[in-house]
Design a protein around this ligand. Structure first.
Ligand SMILES: *[C@@H]1O[C@H](CO)[C@@H](O)[C@H](O)[C@H]1NC(C)=O
Ligand SMILES: *[C@@H]1O[C@H](CO)[C@@H](O)[C@H](O)[C@H]1NC(C)=O
Ligand SMILES: *[C@@H]1O[C@H](CO)[C@@H](O)[C@H](O)[C@H]1NC(C)=O
Length: 749
């Protein structure tokens, strides 16, 4: 290596060649070959002229051939935009969405939540589609309505209900309350504006970024079976299916990968559809977490972005949820707490109690299980990424319609006509599942009568005899379709959407389809496409929890035994048939290139929302302390890899500022020049950020920060910083101001 000033550079240069992102500077007799393409780069390698020219020519030729081959193979170019944006939201004192547990409220961050966006188009002026995966329990109707409204203000009719698909990964460890329907607002004390706003704004920002970075590229696919990360949690229901012998397994092990590559052969992103509940973290967790799918994205992005800080790399990896209604990541299965015996097969109870029957993951605890199930999906995606060779070609298109699901006429396969019903939840809904059992005296597979609950439900709404008949054999616990005080309890107007990218058809399924419900839907849509003239390889995948949440969709046979999934199938026994019928209509329209009707508009209840969530009142610190002061410092003795550093600070409330796109903590390492380099943030899986209320009356709290030192951590001097905002109130109103604190320096050996 020799150093070269730019002055010298210009003096000795007799010629410059730009090739393959490198600058080759020809001098007298020798060649200076720069690693970077900018003339200001100061690192040069001195090589002989012939040697370098040969090397470079070979490399260029090789690259050119690869690119040409890729282009010939695809024969088709897409425009691809990619981005991710922070949607973590309120990290303290907000109920988590998923387990419907009042006690499970946020108290910090394990790792941040993101929305990840891919925009795909044939040309910049032609039709485009937007696939957004959110680290949330689901997408909700009000999210979609507000996102599209905001996009239309910016882009006119470029982004619409039709071509924007929002789907949730189904993590049960994120802040809830982003609803406009009552049922899911019970445990979150009503609507939570903070939760909704951060998601809507995050999605809009991420679409803006992806919109602005669209570039030419190609799309490749691959698929395979990941057999090690999921089990059926309702085998008794699954076994009722008449077509169960058509399939070797009671869960669908297929992972389908879409690989997005730029025309310079730069990997841009990956989308891995795989059905498994994001319930590795159980209902005792209070740290925000993307669960196993968020973990898989984190690992994938770390790997592809060469360790760039989370959210700062260019490669984006998503793991959308698929037909996982009855699919658990808790592969050790359910057993009775105390005795360790198997639970009752049909009802998932132990001595009649559902709360004693709990499923466990493969790890030593829930964090370890999250890691294992996340790693499995990550490693499998890498395998598929390595062998993805089928390329997609053909049009980008989409169809979307709204359907009134409360009174839809359904043509059954045997020619009979049936009807869907206004929504209602069955009694086994309250039993929960073995991933998160209910705490009341309910059991799954309940079709009997219960006087107490019949009485309770009477306060809400007694179902009419027609409603009871319509839902039979479901015993109705909550007749949600019979109340609209203060507004609707569950959706009536439901979106159905298909997004097409070449030979790939993505079905946006609201809610959670069980394994068999998903298989039947996929097979039926495939057949419809073929029957209507679509030839060649057709890939049909389900992006579940999309656009709106309508709980579960079980098959008729599963419905009839009323385990949790059947009891949570809200439009009655023919819910699945109704969805298959409506998806098929869209498939026909796509195949024939004709439009579909938009259907009835869903309501927007945003202005009527009731919220009982209390705002942050004020923050305080103990006498003679300030915000950011150390409460408990890092131990001075230093640390070995695989140990954990603990520090805590006097702190403000995390809801004063969500630190969106920023962080509440940094693990920093001292560089040789004395400056500090940030190695981890609160978005890293290696750190934990916990908020602890120490005095309600005085508004005092502390934060605790933990860093698990990885086995390969570099030796050196480290420190941990905390950033926050505190709220003070005086005569003139309230002020929210930033503060920070820092731990002592410590060594890692
Ligand atoms: C890619 O790898 C998966 C998983 O090992 C395998 O199932 C699949 O057949 C492979 N596909 C190709 C085209 O090699
Ligand atoms: C399956 O996962 C377990 C951990 O859960 C692991 O020990 C085992 O090696 C895995 N098996 C395969 C075939 O991947
Ligand atoms: C949740 O996981 C922890 C281990 O991390 C375990 O001790 C606890 O029993 C589990 N609780 C439930 C309700 O699953």
């Amino acid at each position: 290596m020799i150093s070269l000033s730019s002055h010298l550079y210009w003096n000795v240069t007799i010629g410059t060649i730009f090739c393959c992102n490198k600058v080759i500077v020809l001098t007298k007799g020798n060649v200076l070959f720069s690693k970077k393409s900018t003339p200001s780069s100061h690192e040069w390698v001195l090589t002989s002229c012939q040697q370098l020219l040969m090397m470079t020519l070979m490399k260029c030729l090789l690259l050119l051939t690869t690119v040409l081959l890729a282009l010939v193979a695809t024969g088709h170019c897409y425009y691809i935009g990619v981005s991710q944006y922070d949607i973590t939201g309120p990290a303290a004192e907000i109920n988590m969405m998923g387990y419907a547990s009042l006690d499970q409220v946020t108290a910090g961050i394990h790792f941040r939540l993101w929305c990840r966006t891919f925009i795909i188009a044939n040309s910049l002026s032609g039709p485009r589609v937007v696939l957004v995966t959110l680290d949330t329990q689901t997408a909700s109707q009000i999210m979609k309505i507000e996102v599209v409204k905001k996009l239309q203000v910016i882009y006119g009719n470029l982004y619409t209900d039709d071509n924007v698909l929002l789907s949730g990964t189904h993590t049960h460890s994120g802040p809830g309350g982003y609803w406009q329907y009552v049922l899911f607002e019970f445990t979150s004390l009503g609507f939570v504006k903070e939760s909704l706003d951060v998601i809507v704004d995050g999605v809009v920002e991420s679409i803006k970024i992806a919109h602005n970075n669209m570039k030419k590229g190609s799309l490749l696919t691959s698929s395979g079976s990941l057999t090690n990360s999921s089990i059926n949690r309702s085998p008794f229901a699954y076994e009722q299916n008449l077509d169960k012998n058509d399939y070797p397994t009671d869960v669908d092990y297929t992972m389908f990968l879409l690989k997005l590559v730029s025309d310079k052969n730069q990997p841009l992103g990956s989308i891995s559809w795989f059905p498994v509940h994001t319930t590795s973290m159980n209902n005792t967790n209070d740290l925000i977490s993307g669960d196993n799918k968020g973990y898989a994205s984190y690992l994938m992005e770390q790997h592809m972005n060469n360790g760039a800080l989370p959210g700062k790399g260019s490669f984006v990896a998503t793991f959308p949820q698929s037909h996982s209604g009855d699919v658990s990541p808790n592969t050790a299965g359910a057993r009775c707490i105390g005795t360790g015996l198997p639970c009752d097969y049909k009802t998932s109870t132990c001595s009649g109690k559902d709360e004693l029957c709990i499923a466990f993951g493969p790890g030593v605890d829930m964090v370890d299980s999250t890691r294992i199930i996340g790693e499995n999906q990550y490693y499998f995606t890498r395998t598929l990424l390595g062998n993805a060779s089928n390329s997609l070609s053909g049009p980008v298109d989409s169809r979307h319609t709204y359907v009134d699901m409360t009174r839809l006429t359904v043509n059954l396969e045997d020619g009979r006509l049936a009807k869907t019903c206004p929504p209602a939840m069955g009694r086994s809904f309250a039993a929960g599942t073995t991933d998160g059992p209910g705490s009341l005296d309910f059991s799954q597979a309940d079709t009997g009568r219960n006087i107490f609950w019949d009485l309770v439900r009477g306060f809400i709404s007694s179902p009419t005899p027609q409603q009871e008949d319509c839902h039979a054999p479901k015993p109705i616990l909550l007749n949600t379709g019979g109340v609209d005080i203060p507004y609707e309890w569950q959706p009536s107007i439901v979106p159905v959407q298909i997004v097409q990218v070449g030979q790939l058809y993505v079905l946006a399924a609201p809610g959670e389809f069980t394994t068999m419900a998903g298989r039947r839907l996929i097979n039926s849509v495939k057949k419809t496409l073929r029957d209507n003239g679509v030839t060649g390889d057709i890939h049909v995948v389900i992006s579940a929890l999309a656009n709106t949440y309508i709980n579960y969709v079980a098959t008729l046979e599963e419905y009839n035994v009323q385990r949790y999934e059947g009891a949570s199938t809200i439009y009655g026994p023919h819910t699945l048939s109704a969805f298959i019928q409506e998806f098929n209509k869209l498939a026909v329209a796509l195949a024939k290139g004709v439009p579909v009707s938009t259907g009835p508009s869903p309501p927007n209840y945003l202005d009527e929302q009731i919220s009982l969530v209390t705002p942050v009142v004020l923050d305080g610190v103990p006498f003679l302390k300030d915000f950011g002061d150390i409460k408990s410092n890092a131990l001075p003795k230093g640390f070995c890899p695989l140990s954990t550093v603990f520090v805590s600070f006097w702190a403000g409330h995390p809801r004063n500022n969500f630190m969106t796109g920023k962080t509440f903590l940094e693990v920093q390492k001292k560089k040789s020049n004395g400056a500090w380099k940030v190695l981890y943030t609160d978005a890293s899986c290696e750190t934990r950020f916990r908020w602890v209320r120490t005095s309600v009356a005085l508004g005092q709290s502390r934060v605790e920060i933990e860093w698990d030192i990885p086995s390969n951590a570099a030796k050196g001097t480290y420190r941990i910083k905390h950033f926050g905002y505190r709220k003070r109130v005086n005569l003139f109103g309230s002020q929210i101001r930033p503060y920070s604190g820092v731990s002592r320096k410590f060594e890692v050996y």
